[in-house]
Design a protein around this ligand. Structure first.
Ligand code: GLV
Ligand code: GLV
Length: 321
């Protein structure tokens, strides 16, 4: 009989979903919202593969409920902090993810968020709606410029490098990056490896594109914000968990830093009444880094290819090892 695949959303792009339907018995969660935990726990039983999202927590309890058949978990995301990787792999289950295909979309969104924050786009739009656009004015709505600035990138992976390449088009003065290792791409891109402390104290713009791990969890705390320049613009397109969010809120309220642009928050979704949303110097968008039609289609196809390869006992195009 056909092997069984459970997909945790009904609205995943068709091209990838059809690749799975051609070969397997595919069932999907019926609603366009995260599958409730108890339903996921129920549905994983007896499945050979799980096609999941970053909103699905894959942990010991879930795996205990899966039968012996479960061979692969394919997440339609590049981040896999929602998956207990050690626990999954200790059971011989393989994990697929979606690097590369989303790099450009996320890098573009990062630049968009950076400019929306530095040039106060949402605030300006709100000023119009509030009837406060009385006339062109010499110093009204002034922001800061990327040109001649120092930009620090925390997490110089594919996405961080993609951001750095794009920044070269803005005539920035220096691009710094931190991380355990100096990367060979740094030289070619014109980015300098420095310590995290130096990056924090020297940058005018700080962009976070690292993965959420035990080492990066809440690495941006009160002490780190205090070391930043007062005109810093802080951008996060990685995971909300890398930031101690109350500390960021204090830094914005006290003008320890100038502004922040966030694609990711804690929690997600952020409630509309959240105090961060009341701050004029905080721009927030709803975790849409990879949200272009092309990229989401490719992410779905890659997730399907990962699952097919694993069920065929073949090398996966993108496996978490
Ligand atoms: C999005 O945040 C992803 O990890 O793909
Ligand atoms: C992953 O986080 C990447 O930078 O591609």
């Amino acid at each position: 009989s056909k092997r069984k695949v459970f997909v945790t959303r009904p609205d995943v792009p068709a091209a990838g979903l059809n690749m799975l339907k051609e070969r397997f018995d595919v069932s999907t969660w019926s609603e366009e919202r995260p599958v409730p935990r108890e339903e996921l726990v129920k549905q994983v039983q007896g499945k050979d593969a799980l096609f999941c999202m970053l909103t699905d927590k894959i942990d010991k309890e879930l795996l205990d409920n899966a039968g012996k058949h479960l061979k692969v978990i394919g997440t339609m995301s590049v981040g896999y902090d929602h998956i207990d990787v050690a626990e999954v792999r200790s059971r011989g289950i393989r994990i697929g993810y979606t690097p590369d295909v989303l790099t450009d979309a996320v890098a573009e969104l990062t630049i968009a968020l950076l400019l929306a924050t530095s040039r106060r786009l949402f605030e300006g739009h709100q000023q119009i709606l509030d009837g406060k656009w009385s006339a062109w004015a010499p110093t009204w709505m002034c922001g800061v410029e990327l040109k001649h600035s120092t930009v620090g990138i925390v997490g110089f992976g594919r996405i961080g490098q993609g951001v750095a390449r794009r920044l070269n088009g803005f005539s920035v003065n220096r691009i710094l990056y931190s991380g355990r290792y100096e990367k060979p791409e740094g030289k070619e891109i014109g980015a300098t490896h420095v310590s995290f402390d130096d990056l924090v104290s020297e940058s005018d713009f700080i962009i976070v594109t690292c993965a959420l791990t035990p080492e990066t969890k809440e690495m941006f705390n009160d002490a780190v914000f205090a070391k930043m320049k007062q005109n810093v613009i802080f951008i996060n397109t990685s995971r909300g968990g890398v930031v101690d969010q109350p500390a960021l809120q204090r830094a914005l309220e006290n003008r320890t830093i100038l502004a922040a642009g966030l694609d990711v928050t804690t929690p997600e979704p952020l409630p509309p009444t959240h105090p961060l949303l009341q701050l004029k110097n905080c721009v927030i968008v709803p975790h849409i880094g990879s949200a272009t039609t092309w990229t989401r289609g490719e992410m779905c196809i890659l997730t399907a290819r990962n699952i097919i390869a694993a069920l065929d006992d073949k090398p996966m195009p993108a496996e978490v090892l």
